[in-house]
Design a protein around this ligand. Sequence first.
Ligand code: ADP
Ligand code: MG
Length: 512
Amino acid sequence: MNAVSLSAVSKQFGEFWANRDISLDIHSGSIHAIVGENGAGKSTLTKIIYGLLTPTSGSISVRGQSVRFNSPRQAIAAGIGMVHQHFMLIPGLTVTENIILGDERCALFSLLNRKEAARKIQSIADRHGMAIDPDVFISELSVGEEQRVEILKLLYRNANILILDEPSAVLTPSETEQLFRTLKSFRKEGKTVLLITHKLGEVLSVSDTVSVMRRGRIVATEPTTAVTKSDLARLMVGRNVLLRVENPPEKPGNTVLKVSQAGFIDEKGRQRLDGLSFKVREGEIYGIAGVEGNGQSELLALLWGMVEPGCLTSGSITVSNIPLDDKSSAEVASLGVSLIPENRLQHAVIKDFSVYDNMIFGRHREKKFLRFAGFDAKTIRGYTNTLIGQYDIRCDIQSNPALSDLSGGNQQKIVLAREIERPGLKLLILAQPTRGVDIGALEMIHKKIIEARDKNIAILLVSAELDEIISLSSRIGCLYKGSIRHEFSTEEIRKGRSSEQDFEKEIGMFIT
Ligand SMILES: Nc1ncnc2c1ncn2[C@@H]1O[C@H](COP(=O)(O)OP(=O)(O)O)[C@@H](O)[C@H]1O
Ligand SMILES: [Mg+2]
C-alpha cells in the first residue's frame, strides 16, 4: 500500500521547472528519505504534497484515493502533517496551547479542554520517547524541544504521514539521534515518514528507501541498503565526488596561534569563555568541534579584533608571539591573519559589487592592484581570472556579474581564494566554511584548505559539521561551555575507528 503516490507531477515557476515529471511511491509504514543539493526542488515537492503549492500538472493520490489539495487544511484532513524548516510556534503560549491552537475540536480558553489536551500530549510524547513538559512556555524551550512540539502538533491531529524538511539542520548530534529513535517508533506504529535531508550519513542510518533529486527531477529511488554515500553523492551532483579529501599527513612547525587560559565575560555579565587554551602550529589544521553557542562566536570576535577593549578578562592570545590585546581587525590582518567569517554576506563581501571588486575587497591597498592614483583594472581582471580558474569558480565573468549573481558555493570560493592567496598569510581562520554550500563546491573548498595547510599555513577550523571537522583536522578540540573539554591528538584521530559515525558519537559526548 502506498501512503502517497505521485504521478508525473511538475511545478513551474514562470519558465523555471522546480519539479519536473516526478513519479514516486512512498510506502505506508516506511521512512522514505529525499536527498538533493540546494535548489534541487525538495521543498517544492513537500509543499505540493502538503497542499501549500498546487502542481502545474500531474496527479497525486493518498492511500489509493486521488486527491487535489488546495490548502494544507485539506492535507491535514487526509492525515498529512509537515514540520517546516522554520518553526511556527508562539513564544508566549505554553506547549499545550500551541498544540491545540487552530484545532477546531478544542477551545483554547477552556481549562477543562486544556487539561485533557495536556494529558493526551503527554501520553503521545511518552509513547514515542519525546521528553517534553506540556505546561512550559515555548520561550523556555531549546530549538530541539521546539521541533518536538511541532511534531507533537502533527500527532495530536492524528497525522499518519509526516513530512520533515531538513529537521536535523538545527539539532545537536544527540538530539538528532533522539529524533531518529522517535521516527523509528512512528514507523513501528505504521506511520509513514518523508524525510528531507542533505546529510548522507543520516539517510543511511534511518531510512528504508531513498530518492535522489537533481535539478527538479527524481534521478533515482533505491532501497537504502543498496546504496553507499558515494553513490548518493554521485547521483546528487551528476558526477563522481570525493567525499573525503586526500589528506596526507601534515608536518607541523612552530606555534602560530596560542590561546592561553582565555576568559571572556559578555556585556550581560555571562562567562562566555572560561580558561580556554589551545594552540595552532604551522602546517596543521586545528578543528574546533562544538554545538553553536558554546563560545565559538566570542573566540572568533576576540581573534578578529571585533570586541570592545577589555573583553578578554583573563589569559592571553598571541599570534607569532605577538599579543593581540586590543588590536583592530586591520592590525590583526597585518600580522598575516585572514578570517573567513561565518556570515560571509555581512562581513566578507559586498554582494551588489562586481566579482572583480570582491576579489580584492580588503586587499585593495596591495601595490600590485594600484596604478598612478587609482586601481589597475587590467591587473585586477587578470588576477581574478586566474583565481577563477584555480578555484573552479563558476560564473560568466565576461558579463561582469555582481557577486549576488553567483550561487552560495561560488561566492564562498571567491572569499576563500582572496583570503588564502593573501601575501604573507600565516594563520587562516575558517568559521563554518561550507555552510549552505553544495557538495560539489564543498569538495573544492576542502581541497584548497588542505593545499593551504601544505603551504605551511596554520589553520583554525570552527565548524558545527562533525564530518567536516573529522575529515580535515589534524587535532580536534571539543568546545563546551567556553573551554576545551577534550582534545583529540593526531594519533588518536588516525587510530582508526570502525566508522566515521562512531567517531562522531565519541566527539558528541564531549560537546553536549
Ligand atoms: N515561489 C517560488 N518562485 C520562484 N522560484 C521558486 C519558488 N520556490 C522555489 N523556487 C525555485 O525552485 C528551485 C527549487 O527550490 P526548493 O524546492 O526550495 O529546493 P530545495 O529545497 O531542494 O533546496 C530553486 O531554484 C528555487 O529558487
Ligand atoms: Mg529546501
